[in-house]
Structures are given as C-alpha cells and as structure tokens.
Design a protein around this ligand. Structure first.
Ligand code: ADP
Ligand code: ZN
Length: 761
C-alpha cells in the first residue's frame, strides 16, 4: 500500500513514474492512478487530499491512498493538479482501518474517508492564513551597515527604512504586517516595498483564531475498589500488560461501578505515556459524564455533537499532537487520531447509537475491535445488558467475560413488579394509559418526596394491532413478527416477508370488539400526567423537546435540583443517569418495543426495561419499578423483572438459531427507494434475485427475506422496500453482493443502499 517499490522489475529510472492512487467520495469512486508531477512529489503523502482532473472538463478533490513507483505503461496518466493537505488528514494506520471498513461495509473507500474526517478538520475550521515577517540575511546586513549595495553604486538607506528593519530585527517574535506597521508607525505599502527588495522575508502559516480550552476542574481521588471491581480491573490490566489485543466484556449490573474501573485502567495506560478513547452513547455525554472524567485526568477532550467545527478541529489537532490523555465521545470518537493509543473503552456497548445510519454504515464496536487488533491494545466493552453479538463472542471464547453481579456499597437492585394491563382494562375503571396501580405508586412517591421517572418507549410508526382485553397482537403467519397497520389501504402487512391480511374486526382470541390500532405518544402522556397530578412539576424529554444544544443538560439539571418531580420521556431517559433521589420508575407500556417488526424486539425490550429499572435504587432511599404490560409472561419481560440476563439469553439464543438470525449469521439489509412504488418494488425484486442466483452458484447457504415494504414504507415521498440476507459465510455474502450489484442498471429515480450488520430493520 505504501511506497512499494517494484523490486521484481529491473527498470531504467526513465521508465518509472511516480503514481498516486486516488479515491473519491462521489461516483465514479475510483481508485484511479494519477501521475505525480516532480515538484509535488515531496509534498504528497498517502492520506492527503489532492485536486485532480476527472473526465473531460472537471477538477475534483480526492483522497490519495498510496504513492508508488510504477513502470510507465502505454496510456499516459493525467497529472495531479494540486496537493491540498501538506499534513495527511489520516495517518497510515487510520488509512488501513478505513480500507478495512470500505471492504467490510461495502462502502467506497472515498466515502469512508470522507465520513471519518470531521468537516471542521477538512475545512481547517477556526484557523486563518496569516503572514509572518522576519529579517532576511540581506536585511540583517543592511541593518548593520546602513548601506544598500545591490545597485551599481552603494546607497545610503533611508532612516525610516532602517527603523522598520530594526524593529523587526529586535522583536522577540515574528510579527504580522499589521503589527509591524503599528510598531514602526509605517504604512503596509512601505513594508511591502521592503519585502520586494527581499530585506524582509515572509512565511504564511495557518493559525488558530480562538482558543477552546475548558477550565480545569478540581481533582478527585480514586475510589477504593470493591472486590468485583478489583477483579475486573485486574483482568483489564493483565490485557494492558500483555500488549496484545484482547476484548474484555465487562458485564456489570446497573450501579456496579463500571466507570471507576474504566478510569483506573485508563490511569494505567496514561502512566505508560499512552492515550485512551472512551465511547459512550451520545445521550450520555452529559455534564455528569464529562465531569467524572475531567475531574480525574488533566487533559480530557470531550467530543459531543454540539461542538462547532472550529472546536472539533481544535480537539482533533490537539489529539493528533498527543496532548490529550483521554478522549470521551460518541460513536465517531473511535477515529480520534491519538498517536499512542493504549486502550479503547465502550460503555453501554449494547446501545444502538454506536451504529451509524448513513454511509459509512459502520458499528463503532466493530471498528474499535479492529483498531484494537491493529494496534495490539485491549478493548473493554461495558454493559448491564450485553448485545447478543458480544455475549455470543464471549461465549465462544473470542472475548473475555468479566462479571460484576452486584451493585456497589451493598445496594440492592430494585424490585421490579409487573402490572397486567389486561386486568387493568377489564376493571374498566382505568382510563388513559396510567393504570390504577401505577397512579397510586406515583402519588405515594411524590408524597414521600421522592422523584419519578416514567418511560414511554414509542417510536412513531409502531402501529401494531393489539387487543386491549387479552393482549393479542396480530402477527405474521411466516415470520412470527408483529404486523404493521397500514391505515390508508386498511391492511396489515409483514415488513419482512410482505405477507398481508385484513385487520380483524373482533379479536380472534377473545372476540373483544375494541381492537386498538394506534398507540400513544409522549405528548399525550404528558397531558394525562398533568391532569392526574396537578401539583407536581412534570418534564418531558424526547427528541422533539430536546432539539436545541444544551436542552438535554438543562432538563437534567432541573431534575437533579429537585425542582421537577416527574421526568417522562422516551428511551433517552433510560440510559446512564445516576439520580439518587429517584424512588420510582414506571414503564407505561413495555410491549411497544416488543412488537416492533424486528427480530431484535425482545432483546431491545429486555435491555430497555433493565436499563430504566437501573435508574432507581441508587441512593439511600431505595427504589422500585413498575412495568405495565399486556404480556407479563413474555420471556423478555420476565427476565428483566428478575434481573436475569442468563435467563433472557437462554430463551433468545435458540430462537435466533432457529430463524438463522444474528449473532449466528451475518445480516445484510438492502434498502431500495424510489418515486414509483411499482418501479421500486420491481428493482428490489430484480436485485434480490440476481444476488440470490450468485449465492446459489457459490453454493453458499443463505436466506433472503423479502423484498417487502420497509417499516417506514414511505419516507419523504419515496417508496421504500428492503430485503434481508443472512448467512454464516459473511465473506461470501458480501462478495456476492458486490459482484451482483456491479451488474445492476439502476433507473434514474431509484436508489439503493446496503447496510452490513443492520440493526434498524
Ligand atoms: P455503572 O456504570 O456500573 O452503572 P457507576 O459507575 O455509575 O455504575 O457507579 C454507580 C455509583 O457508585 C456512582 O455514584 C459511583 O460514584 C459509585 N461508586 C463506584 N465505585 C465505587 C466504590 N468503589 N466505592 C464507592 N462508590 C463507588
Ligand atoms: Zn412475515
């Protein structure tokens, strides 16, 4: 890849040319070879951007991925027009990592590179070009002699000019033209005149227009670890000391003190002069998390999504210079250019936000694993509810599993009770979405000066059909997944296999005639709570109310201060929050996630209930959890109630095997969208068939589900279809897709994307 000199060929220097391989973000993606003109050769390194001619009349920006000497072949190459970055945007190891991503995620290399380097870094945000002046050798002579000998006859130099040279020559630092003009009380034109005579030399450099240093925090001391924490730390330290890559899955219940373990492991790598990256879900980048790290380390960079381009650029450069010890950030911080990375930590590794939903559609956990492997350093994955992918890898010996089964300080996990909504509805006394039992519990918690968190996990489109009397949910005959109600067509549709059926008028199980078609949103819930508890202060947190930068922090600060008694929201309130005063957590309807048309629905439900339950019982007051559900005996809910992860996987894994879903297979999701429903469906069908043919030709065991309409069947006016392909043979599955898709002729108004290891179905 780098500086390969062709040793097999014995060539005259004249026949060899220096060639750069260049890739592009947009089609045609490349790679293409370009000639490196002599003067540019010393400046161009792999990982830098270049300006190159493309086609007949265009010049475009591309990424140079390699520089090699090649024998001149028949066809002359076009030449690079300009080198944009004197310092490559990505260094060699990162270039290799992005190439792996390109191959694994079936995403053009140029698109990966574009996605990995922040816009602020590409655009040099927050810096400007500045001219710095200094005395040239000639200028110094003139200043010493006062005589100009450049002409035919020596001439005395004007005193005003000598004064300018003197001020510049005695300045302790380089001056800009404006500064010199001010200090020497002269015009810029006079300075320009002296620069033309070459008495004053100039240099143009980029400088920062502002500083983004955060104020230092008071330092706090390491905590004395509990035995399970010490045991976990020892396992991580062993991996650090072995100086080989290893992945440790830290399976610690909520409140088991995982963060303290990460921090003490990071202290160790810092003592070796190395750096650490800590990835957390975006939503957890609260001031609380920032402070936890900033109060323990001197130089922490926190990369969250509300940074300006200039701030991001500033942090990136500081990290690249090795001036940052710990990088705490969301998904994309996995690419932080730390020069001596010693450890990567991913907290809440099960969280869906680690998968990027646009190109490159990478999963930060898998990229981190690859980066750790490449550098020979450990990766620590921490969670109370491991993703089945990680759990399965641990069980098959790929990861080391380290359990932390108890909360710190001998605190108990909260008691979780279920409320059977079928019973609540039979009594007919309950109206709205909060049953009698939950109402009483909320009233009691507030009366006792505790705080309440209410979770309503409703995604906009989860319009499954449910009987309120018996909990029956309409399911696909083939996939055992909830059918989605299409209001306009009055049909129930399976979003995996396209099975359709008419919605039942009466419940097929209990003949109740009040089947429900639509759920409830956070807004409606807020109104209901305010009506039920007029004296309490209520705060709603969901993606609608938390749009503005800082709104999340502000809301949490209000809750922390005790000003607000009831916090209600979507899954964004389930994660990582540590409020000792929360004595009640209520789940309004645990089934909303359960009946999403997604094979991970049970896993999501288990994770969500377990995580939100973990928000209580964190202080002296203790706490309890009430889960409203139509299916209290669903395995995922039963296991969450018992805080029993083993029970959950014991039920879930065999199901995944039976249906050939991950973690036992690799899953690729092809999404096709277009203006016309029939054309889009037609293309998706053709695409799936051509892929299937290749898979069969390679005798690769596989399954292709669909094409069927996506769960969001129409988005921004476009019809959407998807097909899911699974196989244990990941390489062949991806290779056949690459081959098949290269033959597709995509109509103008149809687009497709491929999502490797898709998690959103
Ligand atoms: P987790 O991330 O596993 O849910 P946290 O790291 O948030 O747990 O820890 C829960 C609480 O316990 C925090 O308030 C933390 O400060 C405290 N804690 C952690 N370790 C210790 C310890 N060894 N001694 C005392 N308190 C601890
Ligand atoms: Zn189906």
């Amino acid at each position: 890849l780098f500086d390969r000199t062709p040793d097999a060929w014995d060539l005259d220097a004249a026949q060899v040319q220096l060639v750069a391989e260049v890739v592009f973000r947009d089609p045609p993606f490349g790679p293409f070879d370009y000639l490196i003109p002599e003067p540019l050769a010393p400046r161009l390194k792999p990982g830098a951007r270049v300006q190159v001619p493309l086609g007949a009349s265009r010049e475009v920006v591309g990424y140079c991925t390699s520089v090699t000497s090649k024998p001149a072949s028949g066809r002359p190459l076009k030449a690079i027009a300009a080198v944009i970055d004197d310092v490559p945007l990505v260094e060699r190891k990162m270039l290799e990592l992005t190439r792996w991503m390109s191959d694994y995620y079936l995403c053009p290399w140029g698109q990966v590179l574009h996605g990995v380097v922040p816009a602020g870094v590409r655009g040099n945000a927050g810096t400007r070009e500045t001219t710095f002046l200094s005395l040239s050798a000639e200028g110094r002579q003139i200043l010493a002699s006062g005589v100009d000998r450049s002409g035919e006859k020596p001439k005395k130099v004007l005193p005003a000019h000598l004064e300018i040279l003197r001020i510049l020559g005695t300045s302790p630092r380089e001056l800009t033209p404006v500064e010199l003009g001010e200090f020497a009380s002269c015009s810029i034109a006079q300075i320009t005149g002296l620069r033309k005579k070459k008495w004053i030399a100039s240099d143009v450099r980029r400088v920062r227009s502002s500083s983004h240093e955060e104020l230092p925090l008071a330092r706090t001391e390491p905590l004395a670890l509990h035995p399970a924490q010490s045991h976990a730390l020892a396992a991580i330290n062993r991996a650090i000391d072995r100086r080989t890559s290893a992945t440790i899955l830290l399976h610690g219940v909520t409140g088991s003190g995982k963060t303290e373990v990460y921090i003490q492991a990071i202290e160790r790598v810092i003592s070796f002069g190395q750096q650490a990256i800590v990835l957390v879900p975006e939503i957890s980048l609260t001031p609380q998390t920032r402070q936890r790290f900033r109060s323990r380390f001197d130089r922490v960079a926190v990369l969250h999504s509300h940074l300006s381009d200039a701030e991001r650029h500033y942090h990136w450069e500081q990290i690249a210079r090795g001036e940052v010890q710990v990088i705490v950030g969301a998904r994309s911080a996995v690419f932080a250019p730390a020069p001596h990375l010693g450890l990567i930590v991913i907290d809440e590794e099960h969280d869906g936000s680690f998968k990027q939903s646009e190109a490159p559609r990478y999963h930060a956990r898998d990229v981190a694993e690859h980066r750790a492997l490449q550098l020979g350093i450990p990766l620590v994955l921490g969670t109370a509810t491991p993703s089945l992918e990680s759990y399965y890898r641990a069980r098959s010996g790929k990861y080391e599993l380290v359990p932390m089964p108890d909360r710190v300080e001998g605190r108990e996990l909260p008691h979780v009770g279920t409320i059977d909504l079928r019973v609540e509805f039979q009594s007919r006394s309950s109206r709205g979405s909060i049953g009698r039992q939950l109402h009483t519990a909320i009233a009691q918690a507030i009366a006792e000066k505790g705080q309440v968190i209410l979770l309503l996990n409703r995604r906009g489109y989860s319009t499954h059909v449910q009987c309120p009397a018996c909990g029956f949910v309409a399911k696909c005959e083939h996939c055992d997944l909830a059918l989605t109600h299409h209001r306009e067509e009055q049909l129930l549709v399976c979003h995996h296999c396209d099975f359709t059926t008419k919605p039942p008028e009466r419940c097929p199980d209990c003949t109740f005639d009040g089947i429900r078609y639509s759920g409830l949103g956070t807004e409606k819930l807020e109104a209901e709570i305010k009506a039920r508890f007029p004296a309490a202060k209520v705060l709603r947190m969901d993606s609608d109310t938390m749009q503005k930068p800082g709104s999340h922090e502000a809301a949490l600060a209000k809750f922390r201060s005790g000003e607000v008694q009831i916090l209600l929201g979507t899954q964004m309130i389930a994660k990582g929050l540590d409020f000792p005063n929360v004595t009640l957590v209520g789940v309004i309807n645990a089934d909303t996630a359960l009946h999403l048309p997604d094979f991970r629905a049970a896993e999501r439900t288990f994770q969500l209930v377990t995580q939100v339950a973990g928000r209580t019982g964190r202080g002296e007051l203790g706490g309890r959890v009430l889960v409203q559900t139509f299916s209290p005996d669903h395995p995922a809910i039963e296991a969450a109630v018992d805080h029993d992860y083993a029970k959950f996987v014991g039920r879930e894994l065999p199901d995944r095997v039976a249906h050939g879903f991950p973690p036992f297979t690799t899953l690729l999701r092809l999404i096709v969208r277009g203006d016309s429903e029939s054309k889009t469906r037609e293309f998706a069908t053709m695409a799936a068939e051509s892929w299937k043919k290749l898979l069969e030709a390679k005798q690769c065991e596989h399954r292709i589900l669909g094409p069927a309409p996506c769960a969001v069947a129409r988005l921004r006016g476009k019809f959407r279809f998807h097909a899911l392909a699974t196989s244990v043979d990941s390489d062949t599955l991806r290779a056949t897709f690459r081959e098949a898709s290269s033959t597709w002729k995509t109509p103008d108004d149809v687009q497709w994307v491929i999502d490797v290891d898709a998690i959103d179905l």
